[in-house]
Design a protein around this ligand. Structure first.
Ligand code: ADP
Ligand code: MG
Length: 252
């Protein structure tokens, strides 16, 4: 059984078919890339998996469970975390506070217990802190731990967003253009992190990425989309050399 399975998924925005009869399977342990020109429907696929949108037809299964039966707020509890193409963080909060938000799905104690500072709450807080400190160390975010997001450079915010998703200890990580807007050096770091996330944390990664250099280095499998439909699927080398993909990218 695949970890994530989309079967004949179609989504329309009025007259526009943003995702067209798309089927895809992501296996546990894979780094899987969705590529395609702007407007191909890549972010929409993420929004479907996150339950922000409901398809007109088709099914989405995660670990055998019917995702379409879930509400959007239940999706993180399945073990699916994501980043956004346009970074979505709490700008007035610090890096540490934003990463603690990523722990939300693991919170067990209720609000009243938290207000009363019961011992069970303190123990749980220690556990969350510990998980977040691990992420801070992994992503070299120590210098920014107590900085507000609003004052941080774009490249650092991008890393914080990855951190917030990682702090939730997901089984599947959805990364929407993790390298867009990053410098060569920052992209290199992102590559190593994605490698480590798969290898050492055992997290499956589904990413949307324009940088084919990065895709070729970190991904096992690639699916190319154009106008919401699958053009080609295979290894990075197979997809990059596929005539239909070359045509779509060159716009001829
Ligand atoms: P990609 O991420 O591949 O660049 P998107 O998934 O963002 O593309 O968009 C796919 C298509 O759907 C585009 O034509 C886009 O304009 C359209 N689209 C995306 N979101 C919406 C929305 N909320 N309402 C209407 N159209 C949308
Ligand atoms: Mg997009």
């Amino acid at each position: 059984m695949s970890l994530l399975e989309l079967d004949s998924v179609t989504l329309k925005f009025g007259g526009l078919t943003a995702v067209n009869d798309l089927s895809m399977s992501v296996e546990e342990g894979q780094v899987f890339a969705l590529v395609g020109p702007n407007g191909a429907g890549k972010s929409t696929v993420f929004n479907l998996i996150s339950r922000f949108y409901t398809p007109v037809t088709g099914s989405i299964r995660f670990d055998g469970k019917d995702v379409l039966k879930m509400a959007p707020h239940e999706v993180p509890n399945l073990g699916i975390a994501r980043t956004f193409q346009n970074i979505e963080l709490f700008h007035q909060a610090t890096v540490l506070q934003n990463l603690l938000v990523g722990r939300h799905r693991h919170r067990k104690t209720n609000m009243i217990a938290q207000m009363l500072h019961l011992p069970s709450v303190r123990a749980e807080e220690r556990e969350h802190r510990h998980a977040v400190e691990e992420v801070i160390d992994f992503l070299d975010l120590q210098p920014y731990r107590n900085s507000r997001i609003a004052g941080l450079p774009y490249g650092v915010r991008k890393v914080v967003e990855l951190g917030r998703a990682l702090a939730s200890k997901p089984r599947l990580l959805l990364l929407d253009e993790p390298a867009s807007g990053l410098s060569v050096e920052e992209t290199q770091n992102m590559r190593w992190w994605i490698d480590d996330i798969r290898r050492h944390m055992g997290i499956t990664v589904l990413m949307v990425e324009h940088d084919m250099g990065l895709v070729g280095k970190v991904c096992d499998r690639v699916l190319a989309l154009a106008d919401g439909a699958k053009l080609a699927e295979g290894t990075p080398a197979e997809v990059q050399s596929h005539p239909k993909v070359i045509e779509a990218y060159l716009g001829t």
